[in-house]
Design a protein around this ligand. Sequence first.
Ligand code: ZN
Length: 415
Amino acid sequence: MIELMRELYPIPRSLTGDGVRQTLARISQEVPLEVAEVPSGTQVFDWTTPKEWNVDEAWIAGPAGERVVDFADSSLHLLGYSVPVRTRLPLAELRERVFTHPHNPDWIPYRTSYYTENWGFCLSQRQLDSLPEGEYEVSVATRLEDGHVTYGEALIPGETEDEFLLSTYVDHPALCNDNLSGPVLLTALGQELARRGLRYSYRLLFSPATIGPLCWLWQNRDRVDRIKHGLVASCLGDPGGMTYKRSRRGDAEIDRAVAIVLRDSGRDHSILEWFPYGGDERQFNSPGFDLPVGALSRTPADKFPGYHSSGDDFDLVGAEWLEHSLQTYLAVVEALEGNRSYVNASPYGEPQLGKRGLYRSVGGGSSEEGALLWTLSLTDGSMDLLAIAQRSGLPFRAIREAADRLLEHDLLRAA
Ligand code: ZN
């Protein structure tokens, strides 16, 4: 995941344009993607898709003619969606076009102006302070023109057409945690899922934030009832604990599955109730769709140091944190794949476990027997295995294994 991140890092991504296409093409080498393009100016629900933006070059030359800032060095240097300009101006006027980080003098901030036509540069405060008085030459060679919004998706088929949607965004330039951790995690997850036998079909969506999910929902508006569970993947490479933001429904199966997985992990984590700002879960959970899509991250965006600046780099993210995030996603997949409802087939009194060889330990009381007894006790038809794991306090895996043993002995049947 870190290696893929290093390859994707220099690609100049934005909401639209060739950087998004190059990013999807690189991911497609790992998990084949179907790429869709929605023309600029398309009415998508209450939105109109934007013009496409591409950068040929952007730089500032100092009084002596030397390049002091160059987009080629970092795609963070240019205000996203800057309109073209070629001009000369004194330092005082240039300063009005420069954004710096409010807290850290060494970080280059990440700024965009998608919906207001503007141009500008982003520098570290230290570099801005070091610029000598004099006349500067500015070249912003960008193209803001009719084109497309581009997104990519992959479907990993399972036994059923019921889908688990996994969505991430691909519009931020050189930023590791917020943004590249999401795409590299979904890529690795897609590769792993493709090797497994699955009940659900898994849809991976890589799209520019907000407008991408809106375009996808627009194109799939007659088919979204296939989505049974969903997660938005972001900020998955920093050392912080896992954070889960519930779907708008709050008690959907995905919400219960993630809560149990995080509980069973024994690690610090936090679970947040739904709120209507944040990432792409806003579109999926809008009342017209009401899809059960939560957001599973580590430290949420804007809560970790370096957020939306050059400080969100390879020093912030770690392979071990990405790997732990991947394992957490896989545990959620396993919980949902394994969650079923059963009914106790011998509900009048406890079935005699001993004669079936299900009472193995001397003196009783092993956790294995506990899982058997809890499962028999709660399979009255009103609770699925996740609910039994919740009520009993036992790990989901132990409840799933107990159910399998009881099924072998015909002590459970499908609800
Ligand atoms: Zn962001």
